[in-house]
Design a protein. Structure first.
Length: 581
């Protein structure tokens, strides 16, 4: 092997890696939301999660890409750690498909039809079709299809070039001596792990090993430890992608590493024990491309069979190594990497907004309870909820604005507009909860007590507000249009009740039945409660108008108030229910 063979090898390796990168990226884009949506959703059971990981990896030809997506989904809350473990195990088996495709380069036969199966026979046609698609494509999908075909042709040409460049090594004794070093299991595993870690693709490192195997100098005994090590090296990509993510995402990357390390350690030990007890002449014979594909598949399937029943233990191990700090409250975050799949990003925003809605509603109900009885723990909970609601408004608003620049479907655009409308209303509800808490504290600090009549009136108003909050939150979180339709007539009752209670209190002031200080606090309470109902009206109106893909909220509310029979009936029921004597 001379200098020119080395240069040819470098060129072939470069083409191989470039073709694999381009084909993988194009496959991921071409598969698009379909596969990613399936990866994000169809992971409910162990078998379904495993098959999902297998299928997605087989299609996009990269277990690293699948694992990185899984880390992103876990970081975004779209997938639990337990679901991620099942998908990762499936991706390890799915990646073996690539080795079988590469093994086609080793086909040897004089048959015309068998020769047609060799990549060198059909890749020129694929390359031509790919170039035509790239040059004539007017949309992303056609261009991606062209890049898939062209990338595949380039990587297969690169692999064929590597095989030709190293062919001379079959007659070099020193090369055989180097390969015999890797029959040492530790050296073999380390070599496989380092090669895969450097190029960050187990599929590519397996392809390189298959190219070297074409010389006939690579033995089964040397190839097996190297293949085992390649599984460990592929974890580098997932570990890097987990930097800066939340604990569960880091745990996911750790599970990926521990799964591959545990599988390698167990089966390498079994391999060494068997080798020491039984003479295996096959280990000293040369392995070809097909043999490497078989070993790669058997090893990955064996690792999965061993550890798939132990997903619970892997989860506990990850949680033990990356524990939750005691006393620290978990707040959901939004991962910008999810914007690559806008549909899932919008769904994630909705999930976080629903969490925010629960926080706001809980704070408001705690605040209503504080008006009648003080509890330090409950008061602290209200203040924490308000801070959390502020946090979610900030991250959701920023994220949704960035997401609006992405290519969204019409349905997702409507959904995003709905969420942008709602987060402000939800944050203001939590603010009013704090205002109510402060009013209650002022009453206690000044030792002010409302008259029995005022207490009964306040009880009616708070009950109405509590119901309107419940209806609005149900309308948003469950899509209950019937509940949404009831919010507006109840909000009108709250408005009228507020005005009636304000006039009644003025009468009590004039009669000297209560103090001026009590009057100020009363006015603040009525204002905060009425505004909470207003925000609930906005939320319910938004749910209804978005259901019919309208964007004119105030116009919609005016239309509703103009009077339908259903609206009038609901209004009448609520007016009687919350009437004051």
């Amino acid at each position: 092997m001379d200098l020119f063979d080395v240069l040819t090898l470098i060129g072939g390796l470069s083409l191989f890696l470039f073709g694999m990168d381009q084909m993988g990226s194009a496959l991921e884009r071409r598969a698009g939301e379909g596969l990613k949506d399936m990866l994000g959703r169809l992971t409910s059971g162990k078998a379904v999660g495993f098959l999902t990981g297998l299928l997605v990896t087989a299609v996009i030809q990269s277990s690293s890409a699948t694992t990185v997506m899984v880390v992103g989904f876990v970081n975004s809350g779209l997938m639990s750690l337990r679901q991620a473990i099942n998908v990762i195990m499936g991706s390890n088996v799915g990646t073996t498909v690539t080795a079988w495709v590469f093994s086609l380069t080793g086909i040897e036969s004089d048959s015309f039809f068998v020769q047609l199966l060799k990549p060198t026979s059909f890749t020129p046609i694929l390359a031509l079709i790919g170039v035509i698609c790239l040059m004539t494509g007017k949309n992303g999908k056609r261009k991606d299809t062209g890049m898939i075909l062209l990338g595949f042709a380039v990587l297969m040409f690169g692999m064929d070039t590597m095989s030709d460049a190293v062919a001379g090594l079959r007659d070099v004794p020193a090369f055989r001596e180097i390969l015999l070093m890797f029959t040492n299991p530790i050296l073999g595993v380390v070599a496989g792990a380092l090669l895969t870690a450097i190029i960050q693709s187990s599929s590519a490192s397996v392809g390189i090993l298959q190219a070297l195997a074409s010389t006939g100098q690579v033995t089964f005994g040397a190839a097996i430890p190297i293949i085992m090590g390649q599984n460990i090296g592929t974890c580098v990509t997932a570990m890097l992608s987990s930097v800066g993510t939340n604990r569960n995402a880091r745990r996911t990357a750790l599970v990926h590493l521990s799964f591959n390390v545990a599988g390698t350690v167990v089966w390498l030990a079994v391999f060494q024990v068997v080798k020491s007890l039984v003479a295996l002449p096959v280990l000293d014979t040369g392995i070809d491309q097909l043999g490497i594909a078989v070993v790669h598949s058997v090893f990955n399937i064996a690792c999965t069979a061993l550890l798939l029943p132990m997903t619970g233990l892997l989860e506990k191990l990850a949680c033990r190594l990356i524990p939750d700090p005691e006393g620290e409250e978990k707040l959901e975050e939004l991962d910008e990497r999810l914007m690559a799949t806008p549909a899932l990003a919008v769904q994630r925003c909705r999930n976080v907004t629903e969490i925010m809605a629960g926080i706001a509603a809980g704070a408001l109900r705690d605040a209503l309870a504080e008006l009648t009885e003080h509890d330090e723990e409950r008061a602290a909970r209200i203040m924490t909820a308000e801070k959390n609601a502020d946090h979610y408004e900030d991250i959701l608003g920023t994220y949704l604005v960035k997401l609006s620049a992405m290519p969204l479907s019409e349905l997702d655009t409507v959904e995003m507009s709905e969420l942008l409308h709602m987060i402000g209303d939800l944050e203001r509800i939590s603010d009013h909860a704090v205002n109510l808490l402060e009013s209650g504290e002022e009453l206690r600090a000044k030792k002010i007590t409302f008259t029995p009549a005022a207490q009964e009136e306040l009880k009616q108003l708070t009950a109405a507000v509590d119901e309107v909050v419940g209806l609005a939150m149900s309308a948003f979180t469950t899509g209950d249009l019937a509940a949404a339709a009831l919010v507006e007539p109840l909000e009108q009752v709250v408005d009228e009740l507020k005005e009636k209670l304000r006039l009644r209190h003025i009468g009590r002031l004039q009669r000297g039945e209560c103090s001026i200080d009590a009057g100020f606090i009363w006015s603040d309470l009525l204002t905060d409660l009425e505004r909470v109902a207003d925000h609930c009206s906005n939320i319910a109106g938004c749910v209804l108008e978005m259901r019919y893909e309208r964007l004119d909220l105030h116009g919609y509310l005016d239309t509703v108030r103009s009077g339908s029979a259903e609206y009038a009936a609901a209004y009448g029921n609520y007016a009687r229910k919350y009437a004051v004597d």
